[in-house]
Design a protein around this ligand. Structure first.
Ligand code: FES
Ligand code: FES
Length: 163
């Protein structure tokens, strides 16, 4: 038995996947380097920035802190699985509309953290959004446009004072 390789089978963006991975690989490395889905970003690599956020069984997690082996049997969603091909998820459309994207490095993580929140709470208030994205750092926007984008996506308008 090869202890260095682990076989995992899971669902990724609605598609079944089965593959052999290095046993020490993080979920982030599996998604980006083994599978080649590079929408999920690596910022800090130590659980501080949220750029690597994915959904595992509906919960937002930092994929840099998860072993790839822990994906076995899970339902995994990355930013590539948010929208139908060629379209935009309403959150993505709102981020575009409200200028919630500047360099874009934080955006996939923010989208996934917000998406996971909306699964449980489709109409979060500002405080609930703030708590959900507290682990997602953005160096560009100052967050105002991000809150406005999410507010628009959840039907709170996203105008001044509504973010
Ligand atoms: S890369 Fe995972 S939290 Fe920063
Ligand atoms: S848009 Fe650049 S880090 Fe957020």
């Amino acid at each position: 038995m090869d202890f260095k390789t682990v076989h995992i089978a899971f669902t990724l963006n609605g598609q079944p996947r089965a593959l052999d991975i290095p046993g020490a690989a993080s979920a982030l490395q599996v998604i980006r380097d083994v599978i080649g889905l590079t929408g999920t970003k690596e910022g800090c690599g130590i659980g501080e920035c949220g750029a690597c956020t994915i959904e595992v069984d509906g919960k937002a997690v930092n994929s840099c802190l998860l072993l790839g082996a822990q994906l076995d049997g899970a339902e995994v969603l990355t930013v590539e699985g948010l929208a139908p091909e060629g379209g935009l998820h309403p959150l993505q459309a709102a981020f575009l509309n409200r200028h919630g994207v500047q360099c874009g490095f934080c955006t996939p993580g923010l989208l996934m953290s917000t998406h996971a929140l909306l699964r449980e709470n489709p109409h979060p208030d500002h405080g609930e959004v703030s708590k959900a994205i507290a682990g997602n750092l953005c160096r560009c926007t100052g967050y105002q446009q991000i809150f406005a984008s999410i507010a628009e996506a959840v039907g709170r308008g996203g105008g001044e004072g509504e973010a």
